[in-house]
Unconditional design. Structure first.
Ligand code: SRM
Ligand code: SRM
Ligand code: SRM
Ligand code: SRM
Ligand code: SF4
Ligand code: SF4
Ligand code: SF4
Ligand code: SF4
Ligand code: SF4
Ligand code: SF4
Ligand code: SF4
Ligand code: SF4
Lengths: 356, 394, 394, 356
């Protein structure tokens, strides 16, 4: 057993040992880059040195088999160097220009998907879903798969006015960056949780449970030595369930997903923005959620058709106005779209100027 | 291992061009019961439209309070392989650079002790090993640490810091994102491994306002590189963009949020740098012609998070400009002060941004020793209910 | 009357070119003790930097609960003339049009019973008679009403509606602001004179989005005229503007918030009316060339108010478009429904906007029978804590 | 006695009887207008008829003497017709073009100030102040007088990029339209009110008093059968004083005024806006508040110098950014500028893009 070598608090290995030599040499001295194709770019250093990046789609959920396979490829063409991106793509770091075409060929042969660079859809930031999380209202990996099957060409070839960042989170904890994505899917509940009072007594701290509720819907139920929920106030966030599992929020009949749009995090042109509600609900329809996929596609393509070059989805919508967004996409406006949370006041229209 | 479950629904997700996570599952399922029972339970979820996982409780390794997410099936009889299904978070190297040697090392350990399934990477940045039993945690930990790897954060603790690729492969980085992240991660090892905060605390570092790590949306402390001084213009390259068909007026000039660029075919591009807010648009869209100015530093922003409980927040500018040179002492000291203040004022499960919002920006700034500056706000307050401290009155 | 007080500080305010309120005071003080003691007390305020008025309590006329603001000096011994110093609010005629005959009539009454000081007009719109004693209120009221004048509102009541000059002297008015205001004022006489609401309720009517009555900032119900259909363009006049030196590109095209105007010297001005949001900028700045479209109506907005208690509010779009033709029945019915809902749901001293904010827009809209529309919001909600009514679930 | 004729609920007289014949004839049929000079405009009807408006400044606080005087003038040149504007100016309605020059002459001779039309400063919307209100922290009429003495030419002659709407309110009740004005002055207190407990018992309803406090600073003081105020929470709004006068908010040592800027109500170009804090405090310095006057003038003239034609103050500031506004005006940024009320979150900067 290797247990003798157990250490603590050593932190991650130093990044330097993982950098290809050309990067070590030109670290901090890159001059410009050029996007050569939807999945290949070159960065040129002040020294004239170059590094080619070949980006490949990843389902993020990888078996060790696949990791070994990409390692083999990286050994062959990248001297054993590669990286992952902040959106979970794989980047092969090719120092030798000649290898670019070769690695491309091999990747294609092996069925890898090259793309995601430039003004297009890149990989979908997402979360655990039914694969691993107790909190999930839907499955994240499945939604990503069916979405990207449909939007495949927007990753590999087609151009859009700007980058479109997609995300999926399986509950309102939003472990993905759903709250600031161009288009995102978030799992939602729609009914007040059921309470297993006996288990509450055993497993939960009542004050913590009460405090966990953002809308103050939970109050003590002294008779039952448990808690009760005011249905009028509950917004089904599931926060109570996280701190007190016997308050079960799951309800296959009423759980599903919402689509939010228009978020961004970069500061280019306009301030970072929160995503806003586009469509409040779809029933879970696994394995391929066709209604959700076509709704996302509709939004994406309406944007592609109407936005100016370099406009992100949120910028486009703010320019044309949300009333026009609903008209162009044909999405129905419902009571759910009207904010009723803390900042509702700031969302109501305070101007006589708007479009029909 | 023989195929254990029929998965007609999940099989549908092997179809289509995008890489299939079901295929990954099936690969691992060939060798691992965790993976194969995981697949079986997932198929059931697809059939019944609900998850079957129980909230984890506390599992972990000796001396650490985090780094492992405990997870149990609520159907252990039906799917014994995932009766335990814990996640091990490994602190990734800055910028997610790897050698294949390192990757294989991780794979070897994981094939030995776990499901063979991973997430490259988790949303916070960790390498995630997905699915193992409680009794394997200590061995995995020993194997990892003996080879130079350590666990990432979880629970009410410092979380694994992460950063954009930065100076390693990007021409715009104003700071050494990789080094800062490494240095901070080392600095806060204790806080990372032994949850003692009111709630989680995340740090993310981006080399510029493009923010390829989404730090402004999901980090309690967002460090974003920036500069002072003039944007450098290569007029020859400007001409080349024009020649190659770029509509500079429409794509650059008209899209500059501060209206500080002008363009003339003969004169080329002119930037009124006084008015530039360094949004990065022009630089990003004409990267061969334009480059950031010379005096490098960063903006520190605080408070972003996901919606629960008080609604989603973006990070707020606290320190408009700070120089960041190793050993980043000022940054570390400031970070400690921020955390200290949060710790003193926050209730359990309150993020730092929530505490600042409820206690007010002023006490926070006063505690960390930062003066009020117009850069910290989009606009000054509107309703005239100003608060006056005794010291403000003469 | 002889000069009663030295007013060295106020005398400073007789200097300078702008018309002086102190001069007005002195004119009235020649005849009225209320005015002269008011002046004396004001001088004292200028010296000591504080006011000397007591909160009024309830004074008024028989059968009315409002229309008079009670006011007493807190120094009645020192300034007996203003021991009582009540204000009488007279409901102004729509649009503040007067004949000199009518004005003299008011002056006669006021010289007889009051200080001789007035406000033309109060911020809500009333003609204000400033300073009289309790015992004079009934006689004043009789004289006024016998001549066709009536009191305005005060307290927790409908307040005196007011409006912009509208069709009487403005080419942009889409509705008959004067008539609407008159008609509504008559409709709500009881509510205006007998406070029975949770708090005040103000109605202001503007003929177009220019909003010369500031209705969107200070009316519980803001009625703002608007249109559907194309803006009418007189290209000959466009040419004349250009000829007279207007930089049409900079002043009109570039300032159109929806970017729906284009201009070409030859073609003239083109407007993509589909995208126009009827902000009025182009029409206002080129009023000879452009005119609003033909289908006239109004937008109803609800909820604006001053900052106390929950911060200032602007009115919110509730009904994007409503036709307004005499007798304005739909408008009156809707207004009654709004007030009913407010009355049922509001606590004392809660304005309607505050109640909508705290109870949610949905119950309000459902009660008054208006469906949700994207025109009602700047943007849809962000945090995904949607509320589902039982009826929303199938 | 005329008491016999007493009537109730008759409402205001019908407006029609006060309209000049040319207005009655062309009611709703005006075609265009032209601004002939800073205080004179003509409206032309589709019929070709014209009405000339001569606008004259008013201190709003008028003696009956003055009302009689302007009535005399209106009789002479306007057939006895005149009106007041929503900003309390007097408008002489001249139907006969020939009378325009004559009335102008007479008005000038009598010392009236003509102006306020077009892109300039018009009259100042304001409130009662020490003249009449129990709640006032300052005097409104005095401030208006000294301001307009200084800005006189911006009413009578000088042009600005657009209209500039000034307002003065003597307390945070803001009976003027301070909260949406281009530049406004608002009276503020700075200390927690003092409580006269004996009088509280006599005069006040405790629950109403507690409820009146926007920051929940007031709580019952059962010992004294009165209330107490948490100094840390009090924002000196004076609301408690309004419902319960023995809680006295007045404090000559610490009362004064603040300047807010950038509000607007029209929907032209941009949405209506709230005014925001520019300068948190000036001591009351009657009779002429010189510091306040010069601060307002500085803001006005900085705007005049830097704004584009047609930009309102708030639009100019939003274009250049508040950080630039503070730099250009030289106004100090203080802790008071940082919002700490309900919507503070929405005021904090959430972008890496800002100016130095
Ligand atoms: C590799 C990566 C950083 C990393 O450390 O992993 C990266 C790399 C680059 N980004 Fe990024 N960005 C990466 C995540 C992001 C993110 C974060 C995210 O998506 O969660 C953002 C913010 C998105 C947002 O605003 O919501 C991001 C917004 C941008 C933008 C801004 C686009 C815009 O106009 O708003 C640019 C500039 C551009 O494209 O012109 C940019 C430009 C670039 C450049 C060109 C920078 C450079 O000079 O090398 C790099 C390649 C461009 C490309 O992929 O098109 N990158 N980039 C990340 C790749 C993710 C992926 O696999 O697709
Ligand atoms: C694994 C991961 C999602 C993923 O698939 O990548 C994840 C998974 C969980 N998150 Fe998360 N979060 C993960 C990144 C995030 C992020 C994104 C980030 O860190 O950049 C966010 C949004 C940013 C933020 O922190 O606000 C996020 C916001 C939450 C929240 C809401 C926190 C809040 O203040 O609103 C919770 C709820 C909680 O803490 O109880 C949460 C809770 C959870 C828990 C622990 C569920 C729970 O309550 O026990 C999930 C465990 C899932 C599982 O079974 O493995 N997770 N979580 C991510 C961590 C992997 C890693 O270490 O790299
Ligand atoms: C006379 C007038 C100011 C003026 O000089 O013109 C006025 C004077 C008073 N207002 Fe006002 N308000 C006057 C128009 C306004 C306006 C403007 C408007 O109506 O367009 C507002 C802002 C809009 C709004 O309603 O929100 C206004 C917002 C207030 C408030 C705050 C209300 C709120 O909900 O925030 C109060 C406080 C209160 O009601 O207790 C208030 C209270 C008062 C009181 C009654 C003070 C009190 O609490 O007893 C003042 C009596 C002063 C006096 O001694 O005469 N006054 N008040 C205006 C009425 C004249 C008229 O009838 O024409
Ligand atoms: C007489 C009056 C209406 C009334 O019923 O009394 C009036 C009359 C006119 N206004 Fe107004 N406005 C009047 C108060 C307002 C107000 C309300 C206020 O100030 O409280 C506003 C909103 C101010 C704001 O947004 O904060 C107002 C914003 C405008 C604007 C918009 C300016 C802009 O670009 O934002 C215009 C259009 C223009 O000037 O181009 C306008 C245009 C006009 C026109 C040209 C309309 C017309 O075709 O007759 C009138 C003469 C213009 C002038 O005075 O320059 N009027 N105008 C009011 C005169 C007040 C005064 O004595 O100065
Ligand atoms: S988003 Fe919710 S369900 Fe999904 S991983 Fe995060 S906590 Fe779990
Ligand atoms: S689901 Fe959310 S809103 Fe509903 S009771 Fe639980 S914590 Fe409260
Ligand atoms: S954030 Fe800036 S420095 Fe970092 S990778 Fe993106 S563009 Fe480069
Ligand atoms: S960085 Fe942004 S603000 Fe600065 S010049 Fe470029 S586009 Fe304009
Ligand atoms: S609000 Fe419109 S209609 Fe009324 S006076 Fe002003 S510009 Fe004319
Ligand atoms: S009214 Fe406003 S939005 Fe419409 S065309 Fe004119 S400037 Fe543009
Ligand atoms: S603003 Fe305040 S002090 Fe002035 S009149 Fe209104 S309530 Fe009175
Ligand atoms: S002054 Fe305002 S904040 Fe202070 S105690 Fe009174 S009501 Fe509350």
């Amino acid at each position: 057993m290797a247990l003798l070598q157990r250490k603590t608090d050593i932190g991650p290995p130093h990044y330097e040992q993982f950098l290809p030599p050309v990067i070590k040499k030109n670290y901090g001295k890159w001059k410009y880059h050029e996007i050569l194709s939807p999945g290949i770019m070159v960065h040129v250093a002040e020294s004239g040195d170059e590094i080619y990046t070949v980006r490949v789609a990843s389902p993020r959920l990888l078996s060790t088999d696949t990791i070994r396979e990409i390692s083999d490829i990286a050994d062959k063409y990248c001297n054993g160097y590669l990286r992952f991106t902040s959106r979970n793509n794989i980047e092969f770091l090719v120092s030798n220009k000649k290898n670019v075409e070769l690695i491309k060929k091999e990747l294609k042969e092996k069925g890898y998907t090259i793309g995601g660079i430039g003004s297009r859809v890149s990989n979908v930031v997402h979360t655990q879903g039914w694969v691993h999380c107790h909190s999930a209202c839907t499955d994240a990996s499945g939604l990503v798969k069916v979405l990207m099957d449909e939007l495949y060409e927007y990753f590999t070839t087609k151009e859009l006015p700007n980058k479109v960042r997609l995300a999926v989170a399986c509950c309102v904890n939003m472990c993905g960056a759903v709250h600031c994505s161009d288009i995102a899917i978030v799992g939602v509940h729609r009914k007040t949780p059921t309470i297993n009072h006996e288990m509450v007594i055993k497993l939960c701290e009542i004050p913590t449970t009460i405090a966990s509720c953002p809308t103050r819907a939970i109050s003590p139920d002294p008779a039952k030595k448990s808690v009760k929920i005011n249905e009028e106030k509950c917004m089904y966030c599931g926060n109570c369930f996280t701190v007190c599992p016997p308050i079960d929020i799951h309800d296959p009949e009423n759980d599903g997903v919402a689509i939010v749009v228009g978020g961004k995090v970069s500061s280019l042109r306009s301030d970072p923005k929160f995503s806003k509600l586009a469509i409040p609900f779809f029933y879970n329809n696994p394995p391929r959620w066709p209604e959700v996929v076509s709704a996302v596609k509709n939004i994406l393509e309406t944007y592609a058709k109407h936005a100016k070059k370099h406009e992100r989805i949120g910028e486009w919508i703010e320019r044309i106005g949300w009333e026009r967004f609903f008209k162009l996409t044909g999405i129905e406006f419902t009571f759910q779209h009207l904010d009723d949370f803390t900042f509702s006041r700031e969302t109501f229209r305070t101007s006589a100027a708007f479009k029909w | 291992m023989a195929k254990k479950y029929e998965t007609p629904l999940l099989d549908e997700l092997e179809k289509g061009p995008w890489p299939s996570f079901v295929k990954e599952f099936k690969k691992a399922a060939k060798r691992s019961e965790i993976a194969s029972d995981g697949l079986g339970q997932l198929e059931k979820s697809y059939r019944t439209k609900r998850g079957y996982w129980k909230h984890g409780g506390i599992v972990g390794v000796l001396g650490y309070g985090g780094g492992v997410i405990g997870r149990y099936s609520s159907l252990p009889e039906e799917f014994p392989g995932v009766a335990h299904n814990h996640t091990v978070r490994i602190n990734q190297p800055s910028g997610w650079f790897y050698t294949t040697k390192a990757l294989r090392e991780i794979c070897d350990i994981w094939d030995k002790y776990g499901s063979g399934l991973t997430n490259f990477h988790g949303s916070t940045g960790d390498m995630i090993l997905l699915g193992t039993r409680t009794e394997n945690l200590e061995p995995i930990f020993s194997e990892l640490t003996s080879r130079g790897w350590d666990l990432g954060g979880s629970g009410s603790a410092m979380r694994t810091p992460s950063c954009c690729v930065g100076p390693a492969r990007c021409e715009w980085s104003n700071i050494d994102t990789l080094d800062i992240t490494y240095s901070i991660t080392q600095e806060f090892q204790d806080e990372l491994h032994r949850p003692a905060f009111p709630y989680k605390f995340k740090i993310k570092t981006a080399g510029c306002a493009v923010d390829c790590i989404a730090s402004i949306a999901r980090a309690d402390l967002s460090i974003i590189g920036t500069w002072k001084g003039n944007i450098k213009i290569d007029q020859a390259e400007v001409k080349r963009y024009a020649k190659n068909g770029m509509d500079i007026q429409a794509e650059i000039v008209d899209m500059c949020p501060t209206e500080c660029i002008s363009y003339d075919k003969k004169e080329g591009l002119t930037i009124n740098n006084e008015e530039c807010n360094r949004c990065m648009h022009c630089i990003a869209k004409m990267n061969k012609a334009l480059r950031p100015g010379d005096i490098k530093g960063a903006t520190l922003l605080v408070g972003s998070k996901a919606p629960i409980v008080v609604g989603a927040m973006l990070s707020w500018v606290i320190v408009p400009f700070i120089e960041l040179k190793p050993p980043y002492q000022e940054l570390k000291d400031l970070t400690r002060k921020m955390i200290e203040w949060w710790d003193e004022n926050g209730r359990a499960r309150e993020r730092i941004g929530e505490v600042i919002e409820s206690k007010g920006m002023r006490p926070f700034l006063e505690y960390i020793g930062v003066p009020p500056m117009p850069q910290q706000v989009k606009a000054p307050r509107r309703d005239p209910f100003f608060f006056w401290a005794k010291t403000d009155l003469k």
